[in-house]
Design a protein around this ligand. Structure first.
Ligand code: CAO
Length: 437
């Protein structure tokens, strides 16, 4: 014998209007006992409405977005009379659930219109607090209340999950988890500030290519430079120093050196002149605290020197530069740059820098914009000195002019301070006797 079971909205506790969030069955579907047929929500709770019978759906009377109330007819199910049952009581109920409301009608198997019989109706399990009215006005995603609750706890908008892997595209807990994993993975792949990564391009249609693996140094330097570039507001300021007299002195010193002795390059004077300027402008010898609330002023003067090696750029640090002579610095840099090129620098050799110098003068250039080696706040760039006609008030005279570039973290150093620092550096290099003062 088959019976026609009517599934009705149960009493959910004096609620006049209940929203239909989704309907999960359609005529012809075979439903199991207790299978959720619809998701309903009040302003206090949401609930899965279970089928009170196993059978075939005859008719569905509600659709997503409808407003229903206690006793509203949801669907009819054609079931054999022994397949109807009283379902389990509510699982978790923030509000007391009153009398269940499914009512059955029954008929002999052959009869076209079954006669009604009474079946103990089902209470609706109340699973989760309801979404805001705004949410269910715009978001009719296929997910059970417990999955919606899970998604809300993770801050996931279920409407953003395009397709669930459950029956009829229903969103399952695993779909929410996978969505979170995907978003996290994309976040990691993207660079800072949510900037999308550069898309991969297949170059083969344009010509022959070869894949060259980046060295570890290059990969790590790249990551660090990108991080600095995106996190620090960087400003680069350009200046020129007259090093004609300094160069004459340097050449004279080198001429005195015995064969095999380490020669002095202009860089040693630049290091000394820069440290003297840092002593005058302590903010150049500082780091911003992690919370961005204070400056950590350093009382020591360790200078990093960017060294070009076959494996990439490394920055050995010359310590306590203010206490060392030009000759000592020349010997130390020769040793450290040799170690760097042989890949023998230890991590300790590259730590503790206060400011960095990147000198491309041995190669060429007129200007560039070096990137600060954070948490340092400034870096000095140097390119090739060249003879230039300089007006001395009466005439043009040939002078050896050294181009200098300073890049600084604008959160720590403002433009005027940057310009003053460079004016002092220029003055020190223009007359190195000043370094004795
Ligand atoms: N103008 C003119 N000549 C310069 C000069 C300048 N600004 N700087 C150096 N020179 C000359 C030197 O006097 C030397 O000449 P001699 O052979 O006649 O004595 C020659 O160029 C080579 O100098 P050097 O580069 O070997 O020595 P240095 O002390 O100037 O620099 C070091 C040492 C380790 C910094 C350098 O070898 C190096 O690796 N530079 C590259 C740094 C780099 O890659 N920076 C880019 C980082 S990206 O931000």
């Amino acid at each position: 014998m088959t019976v026609l079971i009517e599934i009705k909205v149960p009493d959910v506790g004096n609620v006049a209007e209940i929203d239909v969030v989704e309907v999960l069955i359609q005529p012809g579907d075979v439903v199991a006992l207790e299978q959720t047929v619809a998701s309903l929500e009040t302003d206090k709770a949401s609930m899965d409405l279970p089928s009170t019978a196993q059978g075939t759906v005859q008719q569905v009377y509600i659709k997503a977005g409808d407003k229903v109330s206690e006793g509203s007819l949801v669907a009819t199910i054609l079931a054999s009379s022994d397949q109807t049952a009283a379902p389990a009581p509510a699982a978790a109920s923030p509000e007391p659930v009153a009398a269940p409301a499914a009512v059955a009608v029954v008929a002999p198997a052959a009869a076209p219109a079954p006669a009604p019989v009474a079946v103990k109706p089902a209470p609706a399990p109340i699973a989760a607090p309801a979404a805001s009215s705004h949410e269910h006005a715009v978001n009719i995603a296929h997910a059970s209340p417990s999955v919606r609750l899970f998604a809300r706890e993770l801050g996931v908008d279920v409407s953003k999950i395009k397709a669930g892997t459950g029956r009829k595209g229903r969103i399952l807990k695993d779909d929410v988890k996978n969505f979170v994993k995907k978003v996290m993975a994309e976040g990691v792949a993207n660079t800072g500030a949510g900037i999308p990564s550069i898309p991969a391009v297949d170059f083969t249609p344009f010509g022959e290519t070869e894949i060259l693996k980046l060295s570890k140094i290059k990969r790590l330097t790249g990551q660090n430079l990108s991080r600095v570039w995106l996190n620090l507001p960087l400003v680069t300021y350009h200046e020129e120093a007259d090093i004609t007299d300094m160069e004459a002195f340097r050449n004279a010193l080198n001429a005195e050196k015995a064969k095999g002795e380490v020669k002095i390059t202009g860089l040693m004077f630049i290091i000394k002149a820069m440290v003297a300027a840092m002593q005058q402008f302590p903010s150049f010898n500082s780091s911003l605290s992690a919370d961005g609330e204070s400056l950590i002023l350093k009382k020591y003067f360790n200078i990093g020197i960017a060294v070009d090696t076959p494996n990439g750029l490394v920055v050995p640090v010359l310590r306590n530069v203010n206490t060392k002579s030009i000759n000592e610095l020349a010997i130390e840099l020769a040793e450290k740059s040799e170690k760097a090129r042989l890949g023998k620098l230890l991590p300790a050799d590259m730590q503790g820098g206060c400011m960095t110098i990147s000198s491309l003068g041995g190669i060429g250039g007129t200007a560039f914009t070096p990137i600060v080696n954070a948490p340092e706040v400034a870096i000095l760039g140097v390119t090739r000195a060249k003879m230039q006609p300089v007006w001395n008030g009466k005439e043009f005279v040939p002078r050896l002019m050294l181009p200098l570039d300073i890049t600084y973290d604008h959160r720590v150093i403002d433009g005027a301070e940057g310009a003053r620092f460079m004016a002092v550096l220029k003055q020190n290099l223009g007359d190195i006797r000043r370094l004795l003062l």
